[in-house]
Design a protein around this ligand. Structure first.
Ligand code: GCB
Length: 597
């Protein structure tokens, strides 16, 4: 799916700003049929939950309404007119004036609605969007809605981060020509000093395709024609972690000399491969350093914010992180564009978090009923997961920064039914993208003895909390657990292994001379212990600390003002561990992780 981009043949109007806002329980029937009768206004992009002081809005379970007037540019009378939501979390119904014009389910992938037949160039219309943050056993991620003694509907879910909802990413009105480029897929490779850019273009309407590859200085380095082909790039400059280089592929739909449509795709020439127990980028072993992150900030919730994005990448670079995982959902496209431009490596994760009834059983991991059953993750969940995977790969397939798909976070891969659930999804992902390795993040109670799906995947990604949830405050015991655990996976799989989560909640400013949980020293010591163990295994290909920054969680007795496993606070101040990571990841300790040097 192509991101709306201004080109010589496409125009774009950004609809971000302050919209009228109300929750369904306070609005009349068919609130879209006129101006919203609500005194509230909400910022877009932003999750709505933390904007208001009213707890009933924050915890609302149901539909909320956003509304604004939209003016269509005068010059668009011969164009197709599309509306794009970069995300509506988790479901949306879109109305133009009094009419329902489209719906979408899935909170972290974009969707378009064609308004050409309903709006007029130079005219205006009332745009109303109903958004629901509800999670059920038919959604990804899953959740459950219960009605309590007071009659209030409450939402529970099986992940710890707060279930922010609303229009957290940009909204656009854009024009495209009737005959147009509908999709572009790029796959790159190289041999010696010659790069290859394989491309495939889908066109709507009757047109020929012409492509042109330009280098970073704008010089044409290759040209081609036809809907598919391979371009050769002499003296190719590769896209490398820490050293991004982007070419631009300009794709044109043409009839004779007339250019009907034009669309640019940023192309980083690089390869990704798993060989034996190595993860190779451009044929060279790559060791991931970095974090699991969240899209999370005060007030805006999961609202995309360019300032936070720039600052987060700065802090990652400062700490020596070369990568991150989009835990636990696809991030805004701007983030991947930024990673492409700055040579940061991304593990792109679906929103499939919480497919695990074992977490309800606490540390015993005993599910109250089977996870992979109609009661929880059944046929409807599976269909939603598959559709989400299609939308994710459709959106992100051309990003050089994305080196691996993570199909789920901590599913109950130890339970019966896991294989039947995951095998078709793995097949689907490989069909959609045969070029990138696949992984899933392994929950603690999915062990090398009882996991049922690891052989389907390319990389073993472990989430482990020895020294925190298990052997709390006892790093000696934790070290023995961790050593045995990794050893077990090495012997079972022979695949590359990485740690996609490890960490400890830490209250900034809390200090102790003892091994005391929650102190800054304990967080740093715990990470150091893990690193000591990782360095003993040549099969280890990476470490991503949980989490980059503190983040908001749902109400609960296990968290005080959110999850505090951040190496940075929620407002991005470093805890002691940040300095320790910087020393290790920048090689200031004299040895870079994953290298023999
Ligand atoms: C996990 C989850 C992550 C949590 C983390 C924790 O295993 O994948 O979403 O935030 O543990 O801190 O408990």
């Amino acid at each position: 799916m192509l991101k709306p981009t201004p080109t010589p043949t496409r125009e774009l109007v950004n609809l971000d700003g302050v919209w009228r806002f109300g929750i369904d329980s306070r609005l009349g029937e068919q609130p879209w049929a006129g101006p919203l009768e609500s005194p509230l206004e909400a910022a877009v992009p932003a999750s709505y939950n933390d904007l208001f002081t009213d707890a009933e809005i924050r915890d609302h379970v149901g539909w909320v309404y956003y509304q604004r007037e939209v003016r269509v540019p005068r010059g668009w009378s011969d164009e197709r007119i599309l509306l794009r939501f970069d995300a509506a979390t988790h479901a949306a119904r879109v109305y133009v004036d009094d009419e329902l014009v489209g719906e979408h389910i899935g909170g972290y992938t974009p969707f378009d609605i064609d308004l050409t037949e309903r709006v007029q160039a130079g005219g205006a219309f009332r745009l109303t969007v109903a958004v629901s943050g509800e999670l059920t056993n038919e959604t990804i991620p899953p959740g459950k809605i219960e009605v309590g003694m007071t009659g209030k509907r409450t939402q529970t879910y099986f992940h710890d981060f707060y279930n922010y909802a609303g229009l957290a990413r940009s909204v656009w009105l854009y024009s495209v020509p009737a005959t147009r480029i509908d999709d572009v897929t790029v796959v790159t490779g190289f041999e010696g000093t010659t790069g290859q850019v394989e491309y495939r273009v889908e066109v709507i309407g009757d047109a020929d395709v012409r492509v042109r590859l330009t280098d970073a200085a704008g010089a044409v380095v290759a040209e081609g024609s036809g809907a598919e082909g391979t371009l050769s790039v002499a003296d190719v400059v590769l896209w490398k972690p820490g050293s991004a280089y982007l070419y631009q592929l300009t794709v044109e739909a043409v009839r004779g000399d007339e250019v009907l449509d034009s669309y640019p795709v940023a192309v980083g020439v690089r390869t990704v491969e798993v060989r034996g127990h190595e993860f190779l980028i451009n044929g060279e072993p790559f060791y991931f350093t970095g974090f699991g992150k969240h899209e999370d900030a005060a007030v805006r919730g999961k609202g995309h914010d360019d300032a936070y994005m720039v600052h987060d990448f700065q802090l990652m670079e400062w700490s020596g992180a070369n990568s991150f995982r989009t835990s636990h959902y696809p991030y805004a496209e701007e983030v991947l564009d930024f990673a492409d431009r700055h040579g940061v490596v991304v593990i792109d994760e679906t929103a499939a978090v919480g497919l695990n009834m074992g977490v309800v059983g606490g540390m015993s991991g005993t599910p109250p009923f089977p996870t992979f059953s109609e009661q929880y993750a059944g046929a409807a969940t599976h269909a939603a997961h598959a559709q989400h995977l299609r939308e994710l790969i459709g959106r992100d397939k051309n990003h050089p920064s994305v080196v691996m798909w993570c199909i789920a976070n901590e599913p109950a891969s130890n339970e019966d039914g896991a294989r039947e659930y995951f095998e078709p999804l793995v097949d689907l992902a490989r069909e959609l993208d045969p070029t990138r390795p696949l992984t899933y993040s392994l929950v603690m109670f999915a062990t090398f003895k009882n996991d049922q799906i690891v052989d389907l995947f390319d990389v073993v990604s472990m989430n482990r909390y020895y020294g925190w949830y298990i052997a709390t405050g006892d790093l000696k015991t934790a070290e023995m657990y961790l050593q045995g655990d990794i050893q077990g996976w090495v012997e079972r799989t022979g695949k590359p292994i990485m740690m996609t989560e490890y960490g400890a909640d830490t209250q900034p400013g809390l200090h102790s001379v003892w091994d005391q949980a929650w102190t800054e020293e304990y967080q740093a010591d715990l990470l150091e212990m893990y690193h000591r163990v990782f360095d003993r295994f040549p099969q280890f290909v990476g470490e991503q600390v949980w989490n980059f920054a503190d983040f908001a969680t749902s109400n609960g007795i296990h968290r005080v003002d959110g999850n505090k496993k951040g190496v940075f606070t929620r407002d991005r101040k470093p805890k002691s561990a940040a300095f320790a990571l910087r020393r290790r990841w920048r090689g200031l300790d004299g040895r870079k992780p994953g290298s023999d040097a």
